[in-house]
Design a protein. Structure first.
Length: 153
């Protein structure tokens, strides 16, 4: 029975990391911290990050850009400018507990594995005037990426 429940836990974790979380445009408000997040650095400057699992770095980059466009619109701005961009990789150690038999003193089963995933972080400044050639239109970016990426309704 314990082996069955240990295997079920392993299958559940495997399904989770096979792309259910981190491969869609979603908030990082989950136990694995996969998805988008942001930190306000100044009145109209934010660092936007996207961590995904089972997707290429390029998809993480696009999801981060998409969140930057969405956040810009949410905050009442029309444009944003990329100030800084950073691509990286992160990893988490996951463990599945085994069983301990107190009468024999034997511990059996259990496993530990590492999950690596890409992360994209961009720092943006939100603007209401286009002014320079490196300023991006938030509506245009959002609509362009939404048509190609998996975005929940």
């Amino acid at each position: 029975m314990r082996t069955l429940s240990r295997n079920l836990i392993f299958v559940a974790v495997a399904i989770l990391f096979s792309g259910c979380i981190g491969s869609d445009y979603t908030s990082a408000d989950n136990p694995w911290k996969l998805g988008y997040s942001e930190v306000q650095l100044n009145q109209n400057v934010y660092r936007v990050s996207y961590a995904g699992y089972g997707i290429p770095q390029s998809a993480c980059d696009e999801f981060a850009l998409m969140r930057a466009a969405e956040l810009t619109r949410e905050k009442g701005f029309k444009y944003f400018m990329l100030i800084n961009e950073r691509l990286s990789s992160s990893s988490q150690i996951m463990s599945i507990p085994g069983t301990y038999n107190a009468s024999t003193g034997v511990y059996s089963g259990g496993s530990i594995f590492s999950a690596n995933y890409p992360v994209s972080s961009i720092t943006i400044e939100m603007l209401n005037v286009a002014g320079a050639s490196n300023v991006l239109d938030a509506d245009m970016i959002w609509n362009s990426l939404k048509s190609r990426l998996t975005v929940p309704k």
